[in-house]
Design a protein around this ligand. Structure first.
Ligand SMILES: *[C@@H]1O[C@H](CO)[C@@H](O)[C@H](O)[C@H]1NC(C)=O
Ligand SMILES: *[C@@H]1O[C@H](CO)[C@@H](O)[C@H](O)[C@H]1NC(C)=O
Ligand SMILES: *[C@@H]1O[C@H](CO)[C@@H](O)[C@H](O)[C@H]1NC(C)=O
Length: 724
């Protein structure tokens, strides 16, 4: 992964000044809002794939009725929600200018997030309103997981005979090129109403500042049993004013130009007690991914090939999806609390949607063959590479926990490319393409070079997959390729040439100890995977050389050094030991882990331990990896420190996996650096992963028949007489 390219936008532009300007105006008193379980930096609203990733910075929640949402990279997106109670309109979210609209701001009471929901409670007059933003995480249900949509449920309660209308709109900024956006509107016989916004004449696969310019942004809904639905589009003031006055959008001519909004309104009539309605927002791309020149499309299109059918199914699926999500939320909370306490459970809850929100799950567009499923992951906010091995690697604990098939789904596109002989270098390729969604390889052989990093990663991931699923057919098919990289590590991982590791912002080094550790563990992983004991032995010999014989540690045996030989005071978090512990490989001895447990309490900054002795920044994913190898006290310190960063209220990006952890270099500790919304937060699951693969029951219980993975969920197999 790379961190050296700045994203083009002013990161984290706080609109506080804009907000306070409008906020003073209506003179409303927003009381204190309670945040449960804690205040996150930003709330995921609709976070399902790299192009449907909409967030609400938490410093805007206090003024939610005025607050705009953001794309993960920081672009503002117009998304408003209003309600009308006995003829009085209220803004619940996203109306920056209420003046003259006839609407009042509702009062925000409570904000909450779980692994799959972000929920805001407000009051409007005597009525209670809940905005429930729900992005399903259902990796074992490929259909549900692949749908590029998210639910917004607006729930009304405490309405004793009030006359209620509920409204939502989105604007042209969702297309990434508002100035060239066009609106398409459909009404179907089943009542489904769809606004689609797209960019006129845009090129397939084109991006602007990470937003997709091809495909379409969607706002859709369907009348409930007790509501009638109307739609409009045009100037925001006009459309919202009509809602405020009439509670009904019909009878207005649709217009579309720069600054327009596309709106839907439900008239619920007189409500006694409770009522709720669902809106859907989405971003659909028929050609989702360019895989080696072939279009791959969302998995769901095999069953629901049109936008209308897919949306109708998504709405039909709501009850099942929401039931599963509540179970998943609860189970994740219970398990992660048991694994490492309630702070850890908070970290897991905020990481889950983000981890899957970097991925598309696809099949070939021409055949719609559901046997040919491939997953693609975007290296968000560093360089946009596709299927980067050292992004899949840090994230893999979440796949291990929730559905280990995803390790194969993400590696398979890369393995096919390597198997085709198009990559000629003796070590593993860094990624499958320089920029998402082009998974076109590097026939010019110019992928970012990380020889030991990626070779070690691939071998560990292959073993983790085989171990978790029992599928040794898949690993067997590519065994020759794996052996080639194991041989590379055997030959090149003691006297290590100057090279980058995953943390390329730290620059290259020769003889980096953590890479030597990765290589030793990778060689042993290959030995176990292949049953070739000579590799297992070599991996162990490397470990002996670096630990017992002291090449990779200081003389007093207090810590692994950053670099060898001759840098006794240097250190770097040896997180590559995590898979050794997770997979029970025992390449390194327990003494090595005990040493680390003691040492890493002694180099702790205000917000935890930085990556190495040269940096003032930490990587949250790697720190959770390392924490999983520690004894309880040091582990808890690492969890406390990451939680303190996540909840300190000093930043408002989607969960950043890179942040200043110590003031030692004069920077403000507890502030993020560059990395936003990266799927690498899947690495936060490392502590949970220690409970075993596929340990979350909700997902396997709810797995549709025929989607139980290649091995039918059989227990892990023995390979060549060795326990895999
Ligand atoms: C996807 O495949 C269908 C059926 O072959 C074809 O009509 C359509 O044009 C394809 N879409 C894209 C974006 O290539
Ligand atoms: C790297 O380590 C090896 C083994 O100790 C040593 O022979 C070599 O000189 C070192 N390289 C550098 C650049 O220090
Ligand atoms: C390990 O042994 C196998 C034969 O079982 C051989 O093909 C391979 O080259 C050996 N590798 C190393 C690194 O010794």
């Amino acid at each position: 992964m790379r961190f050296d390219i700045q994203t083009p936008l002013g990161l984290g532009s706080l609109c506080a000044s804009v907000l306070s300007f409008f906020c003073g105006e209506e003179g409303q008193q927003q009381g204190r809002i309670s945040h449960y379980p804690v205040l996150p930096p930003s709330y995921p609203l609709a976070v399902r794939n790299p192009y449907l990733s909409t967030w609400m910075p938490s410093d805007r929640v206090q003024q939610l009725p005025y607050a705009e949402s953001q794309f993960w990279a920081g672009q503002e997106l117009g998304w408003s929600v209003m309600v009308r109670v006995d003829g009085q309109a209220y803004s619940l979210m996203g109306v920056p200018d209420l003046e003259g609209s006839g609407a009042l701001p509702a009062t925000v009471r409570h904000a909450e997030f779980t692994a799959t929901h972000s929920v805001f409670d407000l009051t409007a007059g005597s009525v209670k309103l809940t905005l429930d933003f729900f992005s399903p995480v259902s990796p074992s249900n490929y259909l549900r997981q692949s749908l590029p949509f998210s639910y917004l449920t607006v729930r009304v309660s405490g309405s004793n005979g009030r006359d209620i209308q509920v409204y939502s709109d989105i604007d042209g900024r969702w297309t990434g090129r508002e100035d060239r956006s066009v609106l398409d509107y459909e009404e179907h016989d089943d009542g489904l109403v769809i606004h689609s916004l797209s960019v006129e004449d845009s090129a397939k696969y084109a991006e602007a500042s990470d937003m997709a310019l091809w495909g379409k942004a969607i706002l859709a809904s369907r009348p409930s049993e007790s509501s009638t639905l109307s739609a409009s589009a045009g100037d925001p003031k006009t459309v919202r004013e009509q809602f405020a006055k009439k509670g009904d959008l019909s009878g207005q001519e649709f217009t579309w130009s720069y600054g327009s909004i596309a709106a839907l309104s439900h008239d619920l009539g007189i409500v006694h007690g409770e009522a709720s309605i669902n809106f859907v927002v989405g971003y659909e791309r028929e050609a989702a991914i360019n895989y080696l020149g072939e279009e791959y499309t969302g998995y769901y299109r095999a069953e629901y090939p049109t936008t209308h059918k897919a949306l109708a199914h998504f709405l039909d699926d709501y009850n099942n999806a929401v039931l599963e999500s509540w179970q998943l939320d609860q189970e994740l909370k219970t398990f992660s609390t048991a694994a490492a306490g309630s702070k850890y459970a908070d970290i897991i809850a905020l990481s889950t949607r983000q981890a899957y929100g970097g991925i598309d799950l696809t099949i070939p567009n021409h055949s719609l063959d559901t046997e040919d499923v491939l997953a693609f992951i975007k290296e968000l906010s560093s360089d946009g590479n596709i299927n980067t091995i050292d992004v899949i690697m840090p994230a893999f604990p979440i796949y291990w926990v929730l559905d280990p098939e995803w390790i194969r789904l993400m590696l398979e596109p890369v393995m096919r490319y390597l198997d085709a002989g198009r990559w000629h270098l003796p070590y593993t390729i860094h990624d499958l393409g320089s920029h998402y969604p082009h998974a076109i390889g590097h026939d010019d052989q110019k992928a970012e070079p990380m020889p030991i990093e990626e070779s070690g990663n691939l071998l560990v991931l292959a073993l983790a997959y085989a171990r978790a699923t029992g599928d040794i057919d898949w690993t067997g098919r590519y065994m020759d390729i794996f052996q080639k990289y194991a041989d590379y590590l055997v030959d090149n991982s003691i006297d290590i040439a100057n090279q980058l590791s995953s943390n390329d912002a730290a620059g290259p080094l020769p003889n980096e100890t953590n890479l030597a550790i990765k290589a030793a563990v990778g060689i042993k992983a290959f030995g176990v995977l292949s049953g070739k004991e000579n590799y297992s032995r070599i991996g162990e010999e490397h470990a002996t050389l670096f630990y017992e014989d002291g090449l990779g540690i200081d003389e007093e045996k207090t810590h692994f050094v950053l670099q060898y030989p001759g840098y006794p005071d240097s250190w770097k978090t040896p997180y590559n030991l995590f898979p050794d512990v997770l997979l029970g490989l025992e390449t390194f001895s327990k003494d090595a882990h005990r040493m680390n447990s003691e040492f890493y309490s002694t180099v702790r900054g205000e917000y935890g331990v930085p990556l190495d002795n040269r940096q003032d920044w930490a990587k949250s994913d790697w720190n959770m990896w390392l924490a999983a190898t520690f004894e309880k006290n040091t582990r808890d310190e690492f969890v406390d420190d990451l939680w303190a960063f996540m909840t300190n209220g000093k930043h408002n990006w989607p969960f950043s996996d890179r942040y200043v952890s110590t003031s030692a270099h004069g920077n403000a500790p507890g502030t993020p650096i560059l990395c936003r919304a990266r799927p690498t937060v899947g690495g936060h699951f490392a502590l949970l992963a220690m409970k075993g693969p596929g340990s979350i029951q909700t997902l396997s219980v709810n797995k549709p028949v025929g989607m139980r993975g290649r091995n039918g969920g059989k227990p892990p197999l023995k390979s060549h007489g060795l326990e895999l």
